[in-house]
Design a protein around this ligand. Structure first.
Ligand code: NAD
Ligand code: ZN
Length: 367
């Protein structure tokens, strides 16, 4: 399946197919210069995924030079950006070159940003290897690194030239990472696609058992959703793109309270955040209790947290709301709060009273 991301300046294709990596050399050959490619990856992916790809490329006569980042968020620092750009320059990267980003969101984000600034902009190709990167971070062109002030605060919009998604690469991903990525899959159903939510309910067990057709379909639908939303609001000006933040305002507070650490992965925080957003919508009389229950049930079946206590969060409502106030997505004194009238009926509310959110979170902590 090929999904075209329909952007004004830089349209590009996303290919999704189980087993796609076997054809990777054919796809990548046009992007090599003198039969040579620069590849950026991380320690874990270098072990789990790179050897097979390297062998295939080498059999096809493509020589590679590989740069290995430390795994995890530490790979997205200023220091790593400096070393990575130095390496690219030492490899004599040219503006017409395409650097391959092979890995999760960390590798994609820093490689996208590094290629944006090196030589005032060269190109990159994404081969996402986590579920989160396949359904979320590889689509939309946001690239960034972390700085002392917080995550993703230094970056740029830079669209890849091509994205290759092979669901089979998920076979070596740790189960907790797979579940965390699944939260973002469910998110697309909750935003505006009730049929897809139903699909997730019906096929959750096969998805986690590794059924290649189910995995591919779930990824394709997610990528199509994100591509559609991003194309409607490429640089985040009209508000359409804000829908992608469902569960993320609550989630951000939970991540802040757990120190943005491995105690709570981003996708886990989003899962609990979506469950909270639905229960808060019920409390406001917007949404039926039954819908909120279905959301929590599905996330629970995936092994994801749906309550403050599941998420290991002990802060009171006032402190959690304080974290939300400091979220970078806040502008002009209002929080963009995504609420729901039901499954697949999410909307942006601009008049949420933060005191009331704090009371709600205190009640949540009691229950
Ligand atoms: P990650 O890149 O840190 O990968 C998670 C872990 O899985 C790492 O330890 C990695 O080494 C390992 N791994 C990756 N692929 C593997 C494989 N196939 N087999 C075995 N191990 C594998 O984390 P992530 O969840 O992919 O991405 C998170 C990052 O993405 C965050 O920095 C976040 O800010 C960013 N992000 C960006 C966007 C965007 O639009 N640009 C959107 C969402 C998230
Ligand atoms: Zn997210």
């Amino acid at each position: 399946t090929v999904i075209s991301v329909d952007l004004t300046n830089a349209p590009y294709d996303i290919h999704v197919r189980a087993g796609l990596m076997a054809q990777a050399p054919e796809y990548l050959l046009p992007y090599a210069r003198d039969n040579r490619l620069l590849v950026v990856t991380d320690e874990n992916v270098a072990r789990a995924v790179w050897p097979a790809l390297e062998a295939a490329l080498s059999a096809a006569g493509v020589e590679t030079a590989v740069y290995i980042l430390p795994a995890g968020e530490a790979g997205k620092s200023w220091g790593e950006l400096e070393k990575l750009t130095d390496w690219m320059l030492a490899q004599h990267v040219e503006r017409s070159d395409h650097v391959i980003a092979l890995g999760g969101g960390v590798v994609g984000d820093i490689t996208g940003f590094a290629t944006h600034i090196v030589k005032r902009g060269c190109s990159f190709v994404q081969i996402p290897t986590t579920l989160l990167a396949q359904v979320d971070s590889s689509v939309g062109g946001k690239t960034a690194i972390n700085s002392a002030a917080g995550k993703n605060l230094v970056g740029a919009f830079h669209q890849p030239a091509l994205v290759l998604i092979d669901p089979e690469l998920l076979s070596t991903l740790p189960p907790r990472q797979l579940a965390a990525g699944f939260a973002e899959v469910v998110k697309y159903g909750l935003i505006d696609d009730p049929d897809f939510f139903l699909y997730c309910e019906d096929n959750l067990d096969s998805f986690f058992a590794g059924d290649p057709a189910i995995r591919a379909q779930a990824i394709i639908t997610s990528v199509q959703s994100k591509a559609r939303i991003v194309a409607a609001d490429e640089t985040e000006r009209t508000g359409t793109r804000a829908l992608l933040n469902l569960g993320h305002t609550f989630g951000h507070a939970l991540e802040a309270d757990t120190g943005f650490s491995d105690r709570l992965f981003h996708g886990e925080a989003v899962a609990a955040g979506m469950a909270l957003a639905f229960r808060y919508s019920v409390r406001l009389g917007l949404c039926a209790d039954e819908d909120a229950r279905r959301v929590s049930q599905l996330l629970k079946r995936a092994g994801l947290p749906t309550t403050l206590s599941d998420a290991g969060v002990t802060a009171n409502g006032a402190l959690l709301v304080d974290y939300m106030r400091h979220d970078k997505k806040m502008s002009g004194g209002t929080l963009p709060f995504l609420l729901a009238r039901g499954i697949g009926q999410t909307f942006l509310s601009k008049d949420v009273a933060l005191d009331d959110v704090a009371d709600f979170l205190d009640d949540e902590a009691q229950s």
